[in-house]
Design a protein around this ligand. Sequence first.
Ligand code: PXP
Length: 254
Amino acid sequence: MNLQLGVNIDHVATLRQARYALLPDSPNAEPSPVDAAEDAKLGGADSITIHVRGDRRHMQEADAYRIKESTDLPINFEMGNTQEMIDIALKLKPTYVCLVPETREEVTTEGGLDVAGLYDELAPTVKTLQDAGIKISMFIDPVNVQIEASAKIGAEMVELHTGCFANAEPGCERSEELDRLRISAVAGHKLSLQVNAGHGINYENIRDIHAVPHLTELNIGHSIVARSVRIGFQQAVAEMRELMQGYKSEGKPV
Ligand code: PXP
Protein backbone atom coordinates (compact mmCIF):
# COMPACT_ATOMS: atom_id res chain seq x y z
CA MET A 1 0.00 0.00 0.00
CA ASN A 2 1.19 3.51 -0.79
CA LEU A 3 1.87 5.85 2.09
CA GLN A 4 -1.27 7.98 2.46
CA LEU A 5 -1.13 11.77 2.63
CA GLY A 6 -3.43 13.65 4.95
CA VAL A 7 -3.28 17.34 4.17
CA ASN A 8 -3.82 19.70 7.08
CA ILE A 9 -5.42 22.88 5.73
CA ASP A 10 -5.64 24.82 9.00
CA HIS A 11 -3.18 27.43 7.83
CA VAL A 12 -5.31 28.33 4.85
CA ALA A 13 -7.83 29.43 7.46
CA THR A 14 -5.03 31.15 9.41
CA LEU A 15 -4.40 33.36 6.40
CA ARG A 16 -8.09 34.17 6.00
CA GLN A 17 -8.44 34.97 9.69
CA ALA A 18 -5.47 37.34 9.53
CA ARG A 19 -7.62 39.68 7.45
CA TYR A 20 -11.23 38.60 7.90
CA ALA A 21 -11.56 37.34 11.48
CA LEU A 22 -13.98 40.17 12.21
CA LEU A 23 -15.75 39.88 8.85
CA PRO A 24 -16.54 36.17 8.65
CA ASP A 25 -19.42 36.62 6.22
CA SER A 26 -17.66 39.00 3.88
CA PRO A 27 -17.80 37.79 0.26
CA ASN A 28 -14.12 38.80 0.13
CA ALA A 29 -13.13 36.41 2.91
CA GLU A 30 -10.31 34.41 1.34
CA PRO A 31 -8.58 32.04 0.97
CA SER A 32 -11.34 29.47 1.28
CA PRO A 33 -10.62 26.24 3.17
CA VAL A 34 -13.28 24.54 1.02
CA ASP A 35 -11.28 25.43 -2.11
CA ALA A 36 -8.12 24.26 -0.36
CA ALA A 37 -9.71 20.88 0.35
CA GLU A 38 -10.65 20.58 -3.30
CA ASP A 39 -7.16 21.58 -4.44
CA ALA A 40 -5.63 19.13 -1.99
CA LYS A 41 -7.72 16.37 -3.52
CA LEU A 42 -6.69 17.38 -7.02
CA GLY A 43 -3.08 17.28 -5.85
CA GLY A 44 -3.49 13.72 -4.60
CA ALA A 45 -4.42 14.08 -0.93
CA ASP A 46 -5.93 10.97 0.61
CA SER A 47 -7.62 12.78 3.48
CA ILE A 48 -8.19 16.28 4.84
CA THR A 49 -7.16 17.25 8.35
CA ILE A 50 -8.75 20.13 10.20
CA HIS A 51 -8.37 21.31 13.77
CA VAL A 52 -11.05 23.50 15.28
CA ARG A 53 -9.24 24.88 18.29
CA GLY A 54 -10.91 26.14 21.43
CA ASP A 55 -9.72 29.66 20.61
CA ARG A 56 -10.83 29.39 16.94
CA ARG A 57 -7.58 30.90 15.75
CA HIS A 58 -7.86 29.31 12.31
CA MET A 59 -10.63 26.85 11.41
CA GLN A 60 -14.12 27.85 12.48
CA GLU A 61 -16.83 25.35 13.28
CA ALA A 62 -18.71 26.37 10.11
CA ASP A 63 -15.59 25.60 8.04
CA ALA A 64 -15.58 22.04 9.35
CA TYR A 65 -19.19 21.44 8.25
CA ARG A 66 -18.67 23.09 4.86
CA ILE A 67 -15.54 21.06 4.15
CA LYS A 68 -17.24 17.84 5.20
CA GLU A 69 -20.14 18.60 2.89
CA SER A 70 -18.01 19.55 -0.09
CA THR A 71 -15.43 16.76 -0.16
CA ASP A 72 -15.65 13.03 -0.49
CA LEU A 73 -12.23 12.57 1.11
CA PRO A 74 -12.09 11.21 4.64
CA ILE A 75 -11.95 13.95 7.28
CA ASN A 76 -9.47 13.70 10.12
CA PHE A 77 -10.81 15.97 12.85
CA GLU A 78 -8.12 17.00 15.34
CA MET A 79 -9.50 18.02 18.68
CA GLY A 80 -8.77 18.59 22.32
CA ASN A 81 -10.65 16.48 24.83
CA THR A 82 -13.40 18.96 25.74
CA GLN A 83 -17.18 18.59 25.79
CA GLU A 84 -17.46 21.39 23.22
CA MET A 85 -15.27 19.48 20.75
CA ILE A 86 -16.99 16.15 21.45
CA ASP A 87 -20.31 17.81 20.56
CA ILE A 88 -18.86 19.22 17.34
CA ALA A 89 -17.37 15.85 16.40
CA LEU A 90 -20.67 14.08 16.98
CA LYS A 91 -22.36 16.58 14.66
CA LEU A 92 -19.58 16.55 12.07
CA LYS A 93 -19.11 12.79 12.02
CA PRO A 94 -15.58 12.78 10.60
CA THR A 95 -14.05 9.51 9.49
CA TYR A 96 -11.65 9.77 12.38
CA VAL A 97 -10.78 11.99 15.26
CA CYS A 98 -7.22 12.63 16.30
CA LEU A 99 -7.10 13.53 19.97
CA VAL A 100 -4.43 16.13 20.65
CA PRO A 101 -3.35 18.12 23.68
CA GLU A 102 -4.45 21.71 23.47
CA THR A 103 -3.58 24.72 25.53
CA ARG A 104 -4.40 28.26 24.54
CA GLU A 105 -0.88 29.65 24.66
CA GLU A 106 0.87 27.22 22.35
CA VAL A 107 1.71 28.30 18.79
CA THR A 108 0.75 24.87 17.48
CA THR A 109 0.24 21.45 19.03
CA GLU A 110 3.30 21.05 21.22
CA GLY A 111 4.14 17.62 22.57
CA GLY A 112 2.01 14.54 22.31
CA LEU A 113 -1.08 13.65 24.28
CA ASP A 114 -0.37 11.99 27.62
CA VAL A 115 -2.71 9.05 27.02
CA ALA A 116 -1.22 7.09 29.91
CA GLY A 117 -1.57 9.94 32.41
CA LEU A 118 -5.01 11.09 31.20
CA TYR A 119 -6.38 7.59 30.65
CA ASP A 120 -9.48 7.98 32.83
CA GLU A 121 -10.43 11.31 31.23
CA LEU A 122 -9.86 10.06 27.70
CA ALA A 123 -11.58 6.67 27.93
CA PRO A 124 -15.18 8.01 27.99
CA THR A 125 -14.43 10.29 25.01
CA VAL A 126 -13.00 7.38 23.03
CA LYS A 127 -16.10 5.32 23.76
CA THR A 128 -18.55 8.12 22.93
CA LEU A 129 -16.90 8.82 19.59
CA GLN A 130 -16.44 5.17 18.67
CA ASP A 131 -20.08 4.47 19.52
CA ALA A 132 -20.88 7.15 16.91
CA GLY A 133 -18.82 5.25 14.33
CA ILE A 134 -15.77 7.52 14.49
CA LYS A 135 -12.33 5.94 14.57
CA ILE A 136 -9.81 7.26 17.07
CA SER A 137 -6.22 8.30 16.62
CA MET A 138 -3.98 9.39 19.47
CA PHE A 139 -1.34 12.02 18.75
CA ILE A 140 1.50 10.83 20.95
CA ASP A 141 5.20 11.22 21.51
CA PRO A 142 7.09 8.20 20.20
CA VAL A 143 7.44 6.44 23.54
CA ASN A 144 6.33 2.97 24.50
CA VAL A 145 4.18 3.89 27.47
CA GLN A 146 1.97 6.06 25.25
CA ILE A 147 1.70 3.43 22.54
CA GLU A 148 0.66 0.80 25.06
CA ALA A 149 -1.86 3.16 26.65
CA SER A 150 -3.30 3.99 23.20
CA ALA A 151 -3.76 0.29 22.44
CA LYS A 152 -5.26 -0.37 25.86
CA ILE A 153 -7.76 2.47 25.55
CA GLY A 154 -8.96 0.97 22.28
CA ALA A 155 -7.72 3.56 19.76
CA GLU A 156 -7.50 2.26 16.21
CA MET A 157 -4.54 4.49 15.37
CA VAL A 158 -1.65 6.45 16.77
CA GLU A 159 -0.09 9.46 15.13
CA LEU A 160 3.55 9.64 16.12
CA HIS A 161 4.64 13.19 16.87
CA THR A 162 7.50 13.97 14.49
CA GLY A 163 7.97 17.55 15.70
CA CYS A 164 11.04 16.84 17.79
CA PHE A 165 12.65 14.98 14.89
CA ALA A 166 11.65 17.58 12.31
CA ASN A 167 12.61 20.67 14.19
CA ALA A 168 15.59 19.26 16.06
CA GLU A 169 14.50 21.36 19.00
CA PRO A 170 16.86 21.97 21.92
CA GLY A 171 17.31 18.65 23.65
CA CYS A 172 16.30 16.72 20.54
CA GLU A 173 18.95 14.89 18.58
CA ARG A 174 17.58 14.22 15.14
CA SER A 175 19.04 10.77 14.60
CA GLU A 176 17.98 9.70 18.08
CA GLU A 177 14.49 10.96 17.37
CA LEU A 178 14.39 9.02 14.14
CA ASP A 179 15.35 5.90 16.10
CA ARG A 180 12.56 6.58 18.60
CA LEU A 181 10.10 6.90 15.72
CA ARG A 182 11.26 3.63 14.21
CA ILE A 183 11.07 1.73 17.49
CA SER A 184 7.64 3.19 18.26
CA ALA A 185 6.30 2.35 14.82
CA VAL A 186 7.34 -1.28 15.29
CA ALA A 187 5.74 -1.32 18.75
CA GLY A 188 2.49 0.20 17.47
CA HIS A 189 2.35 -2.21 14.57
CA LYS A 190 2.86 -5.17 16.91
CA LEU A 191 -0.12 -4.00 18.95
CA SER A 192 -2.20 -3.88 15.74
CA LEU A 193 -2.46 -0.10 15.76
CA GLN A 194 -2.48 1.81 12.49
CA VAL A 195 0.63 3.96 12.71
CA ASN A 196 0.52 7.49 11.30
CA ALA A 197 2.96 10.33 11.79
CA GLY A 198 2.93 14.07 11.56
CA HIS A 199 4.08 17.50 12.63
CA GLY A 200 6.87 19.50 11.06
CA ILE A 201 7.35 17.18 8.09
CA ASN A 202 8.66 19.17 5.13
CA TYR A 203 10.08 18.74 1.63
CA GLU A 204 13.54 18.06 3.02
CA ASN A 205 13.07 15.86 6.09
CA ILE A 206 10.45 13.67 4.32
CA ARG A 207 13.39 11.65 2.97
CA ASP A 208 14.30 10.47 6.46
CA ILE A 209 10.70 9.54 7.22
CA HIS A 210 11.11 6.76 4.62
CA ALA A 211 13.27 5.00 7.21
CA VAL A 212 10.34 4.64 9.64
CA PRO A 213 8.58 1.30 9.09
CA HIS A 214 4.86 0.43 9.19
CA LEU A 215 3.54 3.92 8.47
CA THR A 216 0.09 4.21 6.94
CA GLU A 217 -0.43 7.96 6.74
CA LEU A 218 1.46 11.21 7.14
CA ASN A 219 -0.34 14.38 8.18
CA ILE A 220 1.33 17.42 6.72
CA GLY A 221 0.18 21.03 6.80
CA HIS A 222 2.49 23.97 7.26
CA SER A 223 5.15 23.04 4.73
CA ILE A 224 2.55 22.38 2.01
CA VAL A 225 0.79 25.69 2.61
CA ALA A 226 4.16 27.47 2.70
CA ARG A 227 5.28 25.81 -0.51
CA SER A 228 2.06 26.76 -2.26
CA VAL A 229 2.92 30.41 -1.58
CA ARG A 230 6.40 29.87 -3.01
CA ILE A 231 5.26 28.14 -6.17
CA GLY A 232 2.06 30.13 -6.66
CA PHE A 233 3.12 33.71 -5.86
CA GLN A 234 4.64 34.45 -9.23
CA GLN A 235 1.50 33.43 -11.07
CA ALA A 236 -0.73 35.38 -8.68
CA VAL A 237 1.28 38.55 -9.30
CA ALA A 238 1.26 37.97 -13.05
CA GLU A 239 -2.54 37.52 -13.06
CA MET A 240 -3.03 40.82 -11.23
CA ARG A 241 -0.62 42.52 -13.65
CA GLU A 242 -2.71 41.18 -16.52
CA LEU A 243 -5.92 42.57 -15.00
CA MET A 244 -4.25 45.99 -14.78
CA GLN A 245 -3.57 46.05 -18.51
CA GLY A 246 -5.41 48.55 -20.67
CA TYR A 247 -5.53 51.36 -18.15
CA LYS A 248 -4.17 54.54 -19.70
CA SER A 249 -2.41 56.18 -16.81
CA GLU A 250 -1.81 59.88 -16.75
CA GLY A 251 -0.10 59.56 -13.40
CA LYS A 252 3.65 59.95 -13.35
CA PRO A 253 5.94 57.69 -11.37
CA VAL A 254 8.34 59.88 -9.37
N1 PXP B 1 -0.60 16.33 13.24
C1 PXP B 1 -1.07 17.01 14.31
C2 PXP B 1 -1.69 16.23 15.41
C3 PXP B 1 -0.99 18.41 14.37
O1 PXP B 1 -1.46 19.07 15.43
C4 PXP B 1 -0.41 19.09 13.28
C5 PXP B 1 -0.33 20.58 13.30
O2 PXP B 1 -1.59 21.15 13.33
C6 PXP B 1 0.03 18.35 12.18
C7 PXP B 1 -0.06 16.97 12.18
C8 PXP B 1 0.60 19.00 10.97
O3 PXP B 1 1.80 19.62 11.32
P1 PXP B 1 2.51 20.58 10.30
O4 PXP B 1 1.57 21.74 10.07
O5 PXP B 1 3.74 20.98 11.00
O6 PXP B 1 2.75 19.81 9.04
